[in-house]
Design a protein around this ligand. Sequence first.
Ligand SMILES: [Zn+2]
Length: 511
Amino acid sequence: MAAQPAPPTLVVQITIDQLRPDYLDKWAHQFTGGLARLMKQGAFFTQAFHDHAATETAPGHATLWSGRTPAHTGVVLNEIGVADPQSPLLFGRGGGASPYRFRGSALFDWIRSRDQFSRALSVSRKDRGAILPLGRAKQQVLWYSLDGRFTTSRYYGDTLPTWVQRFNARDFTAKYLGTSWNLLLPVSEYPEPDSVGYEHEGKDVVFPHRLDADRRNGTYTFSDFPWMDDVTVDLALEGVTALDLGKGPSTDVLAVSLSTTDAVGHAFGPDSRELHDQVLRVDRALGRLIDSLYALRDSTRIVFALGSDHGVAPYPERFFSGTDPDRGRVDTRPVINAARSALAAHGVEGDALLLQSGILSLDRRRLAARGVNADSVVTALRAALLAIPGVMRVDRVSQLAANAARGDTYARRWLNAVPRDMQAVLTVTNKPNYYSFTTRYATHGTPHDYDAHIPVLFLGAGIKPGRYPQYVRSVDVAPTLAAIVGVEPIEPIDGRILRAVLMPDVLPPRR
Ligand SMILES: [Zn+2]
């Protein structure tokens, strides 16, 4: 029997927030950095999807690195994500945050269950981007505090690690305040129009984009500029050195979530010149991350996986002709307000009924206490919601499983989005390219493919390079990494090992 290969000493979990896979092929000829290396030397799954609806940041991060859908992680929406007043920030702007809603285990827990000396560092601009890739693990988890520093919450400790204090003391935003984001390449390299009136709510739509010189404003909006990703990579690399991550013999985890693509995508849209330039800058930032890690550690003992938490839809203005500023937008408010008024007339407070990101929840006990028949409320609501222009379907949660079993993709994605103990009764899916009424920026969150389709790439020892066109799911990423490390999930998961991508010497036996 052949000797088992030495397991990796460093697993690098990369999440690029709002990275659609079509960006990779569209701009491959302009990549010189990490995306180029991942695409050329790694394994690229071109048909990878989140198999859940409510394609938001928190559920996406939780699912990618746990191998379980939001129905099982309990991280359903950003609003039902990491916010936690019990775990205030050590300092900085923003609310408290922790993974207390996250149920079960993540990849790092599986690694740790074999080797208690394994350690992890997770960094992001966003709290949810830093927290959820490590599940509930109390490791070094850091995010941008929107005041020129990186912070963490009391969940992880009462003081910031010394090396992070040193990093913050260098005042890393200072050199950017008052400077401008210019195009990385000559303007002829960008076919997109720059001046598009509906982008960025009509303000500052043309390059260059200047970061406010004022310290308070500038350190806040810094998170919307590509440099945010650069300093996140700087922090990751400094942490690897300070903590001796990846030196072996244990397998350590470095989780890096780069958020600026999401900020730029929301503000300017997926078809903007700004987004194009941002993705080129992500490629360069990732190149620096990979090159630096290879210089610091044995490159044959590092494995990388890259995924995204969700895609994004174009601005409705691109799809719907005319000049009506509300075109392509769905207004559920009259229906919800009318239903709440009807409940109030029976003494049931309005918050017994909630519509959040397409999930309609109803507190049946409170209705029952007032003698209101919840089933007839649900039936009436469903009919009223279906009548709203732009609504494609309204599913009863109680029928999702049966419809999913018949091969209905939308039903399956909603089924995978909603934990069984949530009081969800209906799910609302808009027609493709329709937004919610109040949304004036580009966005995501639907079960449509443009929000669910993500790039998945692996690079490193144990990985067979190539393009893989088969349909795979985001829940498959964590178990595939686990197989390379040589560990197994410590609980039932939804994903499966992507065996096609594994070298024979790391293939676990079939069972
Ligand atoms: Zn996101």
